[in-house]
Design a protein around this ligand. Structure first.
Ligand SMILES: [Fe+2]
Ligand SMILES: [Fe+2]
Length: 297
């Protein structure tokens, strides 16, 4: 991939920062923080049933427990989706030359993503959760995408996932009540993901700028479906059973709907802005966004 002069300079700068100012989770995260016992693990904006009347009937301890278990799910999905991203980056690296600027950046990005995965695994261990693995459909879609999807679609998919982790992280890093370990995990991730998001957008420019109506629509749909893919990993009925909630089958359905609306509100501006940057919105893609992300463009 060739970049114009301005983008080349920005990418070189990002490589330099990655090398000279690496954020090492071992040093950056206060892993030794002593828990007081009343820490909040997940903001209400991200808890699947917060906002439903069932949530108000929970005790403080139950709310904390629900947040802890759902956070474990979120962290697991981050680690898992970044493993997928790395599988793609390695596939891409095999196709390009070592002296290429893209190669140099992707190598830095891969190093950072592996560090993130290790950090998410440590975070899951730190909050003492055994998360539930992704569904068979999620695994199957992930496998097929990595094997068959073209590089442009893969970059868009990685970008979609990065946007999702980023706006979730924004809520967690800004919430002053969140457990200090989780708060710092979110800060670290936000700083490094900003570079990845910027690079992916620059990489994709060549494709999105020349795309016709159909291609632009496909690109918009890929972004939407990736956000949908991430969101559907967060809510698990097993968690409701575990903390002893009643009618969990119905509650699970309502929780999925409830989180879909909250997730839509959170991702709206970022998704809108990005898809708009390549003129990806039209009646059809707006409809898809409404169905899958519950957002009105
Ligand atoms: Fe990451
Ligand atoms: Fe990333």
């Amino acid at each position: 991939m060739r970049f114009n002069e301005k983008d080349t300079n920005i990418i070189k700068k990002m490589i330099k920062i990655s090398k000279e100012k690496p954020l090492l989770p071992e040093e950056f995260i206060p892993w030794d923080y002593k828990d007081i016992g009343d820490e909040v693990y997940l903001s209400d904006d991200l808890i699947s049933i917060a906002g439903l009347e069932e949530y108000d009937t929970l005790s403080k301890k139950q709310k904390q427990e629900l947040g802890r278990l759902e956070l474990g799910q979120v962290m697991y999905s981050y680690a898992w989706s970044e493993t997928m991203a790395c599988a793609f980056f390695n596939r891409r690296l095999l196709k390009i030359e070592v002296h290429n600027l893209e190669y140099k950046f992707l190598l830095r990005e891969t190093i950072e993503e592996y560090r993130h995965q290790s950090m998410f695994c440590d975070a899951v261990e730190r909050i003492d959760v055994t998360p539930f693995p992704p569904s068979k459909i999620h695994k199957w879609v992930a496998k097929l995408t990595i094997i068959f999807a073209p590089d442009s679609i893969m970059f868009l998919s990685v970008l979609g996932i990065e946007l999702a982790t980023d706006f979730y992280g924004n809520v967690l890093r800004r919430d002053k009540n969140i457990h200090p370990v989780i708060q710092k995990v979110s800060v670290l991730h936000h700083i490094e993901e900003e570079r990845h998001i910027l690079f992916a957008k620059k990489w994709l420019k060549k494709y999105t700028e020349r795309a016709g109506l159909i291609r632009r629509s496909i690109y918009a749909i890929i972004v939407i479906l990736n956000l949908y893919f991430m969101r559907t990993m967060y809510v698990r009925k097993e968690i409701f059973d575990k903390i002893g909630l009643k009618n969990t089958k119905t509650l699970y359905k309502r929780a999925k709907k409830n989180l879909a609306i909250k997730f839509g509100n959170l991702c709206l501006s970022e998704v809108n802005e990005y898809v708009d940057s390549f003129n990806g919105w039209n009646a059809f893609t707006k409809y898809i966004a409404k169905v899958f992300l519950k957002i009105n463009i």
